[in-house]
Design a protein around this ligand. Structure first.
Ligand SMILES: Cc1ncc(COP(=O)(O)O)c(C=O)c1O
Length: 464
């Protein structure tokens, strides 16, 4: 008997073979209609030079941070590890569509299938690799919910590097299983603020009961990296090189939508903490909307588009049919929606370069909401720039609405989403509910399912 191929209109999930794993990361910095504002040196406030970042970050990552090459090849040792779980599936949320009574076709790119349960290993593997190339032996980092700390611990193990993680106090106390996961992979974990660093001691002196914040944990991790022997720091979001590494998500999703017979999405929705899963899912689509070539750029052309000229209305530079891109953030930490667009530090102690981004201020301590990965005072410069150029919209979601959407999604589609991802799902449901009528005839909505919530069940049970 010959196997029958499932018709595209009956498919539930699109699985790409290992051979379809993207070979390059896509760099939107090559195609922004206006150049990305440079990072500044915190002392001189002059544009930062690559060599000034090297005491903190591996040289290969610094090179990527400043790069405006459109495509950057993914080294084979990184691809080899990606293939443990990638390409990640893209699924059609048919039951959710029915439950919502929408005519929209809803798809979700499922990053929860990684060994850690989120998109974070897409960059942790790359970061561990480039540090190994430089002969570094130890990495330090911060983590909120623990997804990033676990991802770095996982990746570092493959390259024989040690990892020390400062976990935001609120999450350290409420999510013990993530700490255990980090330890399984060989990481050592401290609550932040801690007594182990000058920055941490100063913060504890100010407020001994602080729930902590990502900004505080970043300061502690950088301090230890800079003072340590043969140590470097690794950041799980925000910086340009992290956005770059995540772009395999959107490239795969575009190929998978085509397997469903879709020409592309009409709306793409991701949650936004520091911006990396959102950037990863959406930048290839934005690049394609700007140039018309990114998603079928088999030749990997490297010439940037003309970036001269002053700021324009996005309708001038986006091609017809460009999808709407929506960044969903928590109402309790609305950096994109309510923050100022200005230079600010990525951490509380002011150790990072000055980054041009939407910020609530480096001292902002968000409420201890369950979506720990979204508790960051600012947004990636590349995402902020995209918003300023009108290439992305923003929306906020209340915690209750996020969990309601997550429970609904779990009951329809099976996967329990991460509390962070619930923000994207809630915003996508609002979009879908605008479209009623004949099922399957409405717009295509693509959701970034950035992770699963298996280790966040106590948060769900508080909500139920
Ligand atoms: C599952 C998940 N989604 C989203 C985020 C937010 O980070 P980013 O905006 O960089 O994707 C995190 C951060 O920890 C996360 O763990």
């Amino acid at each position: 008997m010959t196997a029958q191929a499932t018709p595209a209109n009956e498919m539930t999930k699109a699985i790409l073979p290992d051979s379809a794993l993207p070979t390059h990361w896509y760099n939107l910095a090559a195609d922004f209609p206006e150049p990305l504002p440079p990072h500044l040196h915190p002392g001189t406030r002059k544009p930062l030079k690559p060599e000034e970042m090297e005491p903190i970050f591996a040289s290969g990552l610094v090179e990527q941070e400043f790069s405006t090459d459109r495509w950057i090849e993914i080294p084979e040792p990184i691809r080899e590890i990606y293939r443990l779980w990638r390409p990640a599936p893209l699924a059609r949320a048919r039951r959710l569509e029915k439950e919502l009574g929408t005519s929209a076709r809803i798809y979700y790119k499922n990053e929860s299938v990684s060994p850690i349960g989120s998109h974070k290993p897409n960059t942790s593997v790359a970061q561990a690799y480039y540090n190994k190339l430089d002969g570094i032996s130890n990495l330090t980092t911060e983590t909120g919910a623990g997804q990033w700390g676990a991802s770095l611990s996982f990746a570092a193990g493959f390259f024989g590097l040690g990892v020390e993680v400062w976990q935001v106090r609120a999450s350290y106390d409420s999510k013990p299983y993530r700490r255990m996961l980090m330890e399984v992979y060989g990481g050592s974990v401290h609550p932040s603020p801690s007594n182990l660093t000058e920055a941490g001691r100063a913060m504890l002196e100010k407020d001994p009961d602080t729930p902590g914040s990502l900004g505080m944990a970043v300061s502690e991790a950088i301090e230890v990296a800079v003072k340590g022997d043969n140590s470097r720091y690794a950041l799980g979001s925000v910086l340009n090189h992290v956005m770059l590494h995540q772009t395999i998500i959107g490239q795969e999703a575009a190929a998978q939508l085509a397997m469903f017979g879709e020409s592309g999405p009409d709306v793409v929705v991701g949650c936004a903490g520091g911006g990396s899963n959102l950037a990863g899912l959406t930048f290839p689509f934005i690049g394609h909307s700007l140039t018309g070539s990114v998603l079928d750029d088999g030749g990997r052309s490297s010439s940037p588009t003309d970036r001269s000229g002053t700021r324009r209305d996005p309708s001038e530079f986006l091609r017809d049919g460009a999808p709407r891109i929506v960044a969903a953030e928590p109402a309790k930490c609305p950096s994109l929606t309510e923050g100022e667009y200005r230079y600010d530090h990525g951490d509380v102690a002011g150790l990072t370069p000055l980054l041009k981004m939407h910020t609530l201020g480096q001292d902002f301590v968000p409420d201890p909401i369950h979506a720990g990965g979204l508790r960051y005072h600012a947004m990636a410069p590349m995402v902020s720039h995209a918003v300023e150029l009108g290439l992305m919209e923003t929306t906020t979601v209340e915690q209750e609405d996020a969990f309601a959407a997550g429970v609904r999604f779990a009951r329809c589609e099976g996967t329990v989403p991460a509390p962070e991802s619930n923000h994207a799902i809630a915003a996508a449901c609002v979009e879908a509910e605008k479209h009623k009528g004949e099922p399957g005839t409405g717009p295509v909505i693509l959701i970034g399912l950035s992770g699963n919530g298996f280790l966040d069940l106590p948060a769900y049970s508080q909500f139920l």
